[in-house]
Design a protein around this ligand. Sequence first.
Ligand SMILES: Cc1cc2nc3c(=O)[nH]c(=O)nc-3n(C[C@H](O)[C@H](O)[C@H](O)COP(=O)(O)OP(=O)(O)OC[C@H]3O[C@@H](n4cnc5c(N)ncnc54)[C@H](O)[C@@H]3O)c2cc1C
Ligand code: FES
Length: 517
Amino acid sequence: MSGGIGSMRKVAELAELAEGRGKRVEIGDEKILLVRDGDAVRAYAAACPHAGAPLDEGAVCDGRIVCPWHKGAFRVSDGALLEPPALDALARYPVRVDGDGAVLVSPEKIAPEPARRAPDARAVVIVGAGAAGTAAAAASREFGFGGSVALVGREPGLPYDRTSLSKFVVSGEMPPGEVPPLRLPGFFEEQRIERIESEVVRLDALAKRVHTADGRSLPYDAALVVTGGAAKRLSIPGADLPGVHVLRDRADAAGILAGAREGARAVVLGASFIGLEAASALRKQNVEVAVVSPEPVPFGKQFGPRLGSMFKELHEANGVAFRMGAQASRLDGDGHVEAVVLEDGTRLAADLVVAGVGVRPATSFVHGLALAEDGGVPVDAGMRAAADGLYAAGDIALFPLFEGAEPTRIEHWRVAQQHARIAARNMLGGSERYAGVPYFWTYHYGKRFDYLGHPTEWDDVVVDGDTGEHVFVALLVKERLVAGALGCQRERETAILSERMRAPLPVGEALRLVRSA
Ligand SMILES: Cc1cc2nc3c(=O)[nH]c(=O)nc-3n(C[C@H](O)[C@H](O)[C@H](O)COP(=O)(O)OP(=O)(O)OC[C@H]3O[C@@H](n4cnc5c(N)ncnc54)[C@H](O)[C@@H]3O)c2cc1C
Ligand code: FES
């Protein structure tokens, strides 16, 4: 539809639009977000293009509209996409403010401008079609690249939302075949992105070529390696028994789902995010769940003992039994797993075992480039690896989070896509650097937790709200500055923090922000 102004109607008064948040109005079936931009007003689709969050429940901060659910961000002035996990700009509506301060909007969307792409002889090859790979392919076209783009991935079908697997597939709410694709069918053809379903068996960084299992040899001017993590397998006797699973891809989730019948007994090894999300999902299926982990509390390293205990108590209240400070020494079973035996000799009956014990970068096919000990790919803040035309992003990228920081790997969906957009810019000749705030979300028993920052140490934890009720923002504070934050059911507050933590944020200022949100 084109934007006609003939059908404009009054929907609000300028004076009722606050600076820090949008207002949702409806005209017929159209749900429209009004955002104040000085004396002007902008009108956009009210639902986030990522997963449909109500953007009026997010924040408007420093010229950005921030989504409440996963903190995707859009430019106030034109709705352009600024931060993933959204991969699209906001749809726009014609809007004006008349002399009396009345805000008038047309419900007919403005047609997006066709992308202008200059012909380009360069070839980009993206290895890995997950979070980062898909975002990079889409971004290369969004940024106007007119050359060839090949997206090579070994998983069958369209790239999909991996984060749903542990939340909604294992719980039985979403069949494995209905996990949302990251881009709709037709997108890749329309955008002239060649999707190749094959494993990359060799990337030769010196020859600038990618070789696939189905016999292709793809030369590149720029290549992006985004192959993510391979779930670590257990290295104890019995680890290969049927019924023992990891959880990384759709096939893994389908395997766990098949064993998740009511009354079955599951043992989750590792109190990781994935392990505990799987525990929550299995409880939804009335599976008996025990979690075994060597640490004293879950997530102690990420959030400290108090917040870690909160997660443990939430799981216990939902029927999970914990064996903290314990390790499995072997798995027993005759043709199928039957029990997990702990180092102290305790035997836990098990029809199903889920190992959530971490990942290692899936980079063994990379040649001609020095990798980190764990297989990570060292890159600079612009995602450039130490070989001509080669970039890496996402879970495998060992990158400096800020200037002077020790390089680190961060395994978060949005970080992978932030990396991807920077890499796409730079592959096409840009000079962007990572300057984002790491963000992770995790989902347990219907509650979404937002985690911001990537602190390795802190000297205080300041809580606003009630952790027992799971309505809170907890600030991890280092030398009076906010180093990280964990929030639950305070989405607007964490949306504001996700923006304000882009610069050093004193704890007093952060508390003022979350209390006045
Ligand atoms: C079950 C689960 C739940 C998660 N939930 C959350 C969450 O709630 N929030 C959050 O922030 N993060 C979450 N994460 C982490 C998040 O999914 C990752 O950080 C993110 O997917 C990393 O993106 P990536 O592009 O680097 O790797 P991936 O998304 O893993 O994509 C890599 C792709 O490359 C493919 N590949 C690997 N090797 C090759 C090869 N040789 N040739 C061709 N293709 C190859 C892989 O099969 C895969 O499809 C979750 C992860 C899992 C497994
Ligand atoms: S719904 Fe908005 S970023 Fe996910």
